[in-house]
Ligand binder design. Structure first.
Ligand SMILES: [Mn+2]
Length: 459
């Protein structure tokens, strides 16, 4: 593969992105370079990786739509199931083994735990593999903890593409939302746009199409709540959807009123979240702590909730009792790449901060150039969290319950963008209407297109 003269590309025709196989050659080259300087590497080492296996629906012979295993994809970019790949560390030469494999080949579960999901990834195995196990373990760790964390130029190009198509799909959905339609119609429209225009067979995760009070259910859309409510006049919509191209993800949330016009309360909450989002983006650069970015978003939310009248008192004192996590119980954002919650957020020695909100953060390390992250602050009115806060004198003393009562059933607002960290700041990859004025103008005029010029660049 490494010496192939034909410059193969992955391409689905029409206007879809051409991704050169050189992207994966570069990834394997980086891996070999990293392994060569590693202490204890035995000469003539070979890295052997096992690709994803085709599975069936329960006991039937119906195939589940295949999606490649992420480490294997990172190294080989192969879309077919049941492959093995080998890389000679000294020469960088790669060999791909395609099915059918002899039955004597067996697999076993090895090290290389996903620091985000806690799940174990698989290492390849065959008779006589014992001498190769050491290199396999350090190899998985290196891909895991470093190489998938920082993106190459070629990877960034694919992530820009997934964001462009998914942003356009969100805009198409916004144009089509009207009270009376079902939430799942919006999910279906998004998927249709991503696949038909962008060649994206998969979404990066289950679509979340929450309207009304459902917009405060953080992972709405699962099998128990499958986006099946009728959208009503006056609802806020919170649509969290991202398409995936050639295994590279996107993760975007748009929040807007179903009828296209914000009420005063909806505008106030929306603009509070937009303010924290843009404050984080203005502060983001290599070297900052992701936990500090989360705290910054909490602080802006609390300041704005005081202005709205839901809270009263000193914001510093509110931070001490973690009042921010009552309104934003999830983390500010996470790494993004081949997986939507990409690997490498907690290397050895970096511990989760055990505080409300912060303990949900999927990344604890310092921000580095070429990381791709989501910035996704939100304010939600979740009854059981509000009731718990009201029952706690340390928190209830800051809450104006009369004003808060008006927001019960409001749901929530989340604004989620994908960004790439640059040498001295960040690049915004997502391009959708974001200010109240942009959203209202965009939804009011069915013929109007949204120009990215005003919002894509960091101020
Ligand atoms: Mn996300």
């Amino acid at each position: 593969i490494s010496s192939c003269p034909f410059r193969p590309v992955y391409w689905l025709g029409n206007d879809t992105l051409r991704v050169s196989a050189a992207l994966f050659l570069e990834n394997r080259r980086r891996l070999c370079q990293g392994l060569k300087v590693k202490d204890g590497l035995v000469p003539k080492s070979v890295v052997l990786l096992q690709g994803g296996e085709q599975s069936q629906r329960y006991c039937t012979d119906t195939d589940v739509v295949f999606r490649q295993e992420s480490f294997f994809h990172w190294a080989f970019g192969v879309t077919e199931a049941d492959c093995f790949g080998a890389i000679d560390v000294d020469t960088g030469k790669s060999i791909l083994f395609v099915p059918k494999l002899p039955e004597s080949y067996a697999t076993w579960m090895g090290e290389g735990q996903n620091t985000d999901s806690g799940s174990i990834c698989r290492e390849a195995s065959f008779e006589g593999i014992s001498g190769y196990v050491y290199v396999a373990v350090i190899c998985i760790n290196m891909i895991h903890l470093y190489f998938r964390l920082v993106k190459t130029d070629m990877e960034l190009e694919v992530l820009r593409y997934t964001n462009r198509i998914s942003s356009d799909a969100h805009k198409m959905v916004m144009k089509n939302v009207t009270p009376g339609k079902k939430e799942y119609e919006m999910e279906s429209l998004f998927q249709h746009y991503c696949y038909s225009k962008g060649g994206m067979r998969h979404t990066s995760y289950t679509c979340i199409c929450g309207t009304g009070n459902n917009s405060s259910v953080l992972h709405y859309g699962h099998a128990g709540a499958p986006n099946n409510k009728t959208i009503e006049d006056g609802d806020m919509c919170l649509f969290d959807m991202g398409g995936e191209y050639y295994c590279y993800s996107s993760d975007i949330t748009c929040s807007f009123p179903a009828n296209g016009k914000f009420t005063a309360d909806q505008k106030a909450i929306y603009e509070a979240v937009l303010k924290s989002s843009r404050a984080v983006m203005a502060a983001l650069k290599p070297g900052v702590k992701w936990t500090d970015m989360h705290r910054l978003a909490d602080r802006v939310h609390l300041e704005e909730l005081v202005k709205i009248g839901i809270l009263h008192g000193n914001v510093e004192d509110m931070l001490k009792v973690h009042l921010g996590s009552v309104f934003m119980p999830h983390g500010l954002g996470h790494l993004l790449g081949i997986d939507v919650h990409d690997v490498g957020g907690y290397p050895e020695g970096v511990e989760r901060v055990d505080e409300p909100g912060l303990r949900s953060l999927r990344m604890g390390r310092l921000v580095e150039e070429r990381m791709v992250l989501t910035v996704e602050p939100g304010i939600y009115f979740i009854d059981h969290l509000l009731d718990k806060a009201l029952a706690d004198p340390a928190q209830s003393c800051f809450i104006n319950n009369e004003v808060l009562a008006r927001f019960r059933g409001f749901g929530g607002v989340r604004i989620e963008d994908d960004i790439a960290v640059t040498a001295n700041g960040m690049e915004l990859l997502t391009c959708v209407p974001r200010t109240v004025e942009e959203i209202e103008a965009f939804m009011a005029d069915s013929g109007k297109t949204f120009s990215p010029a005003a919002s894509a660049e960091k101020a």
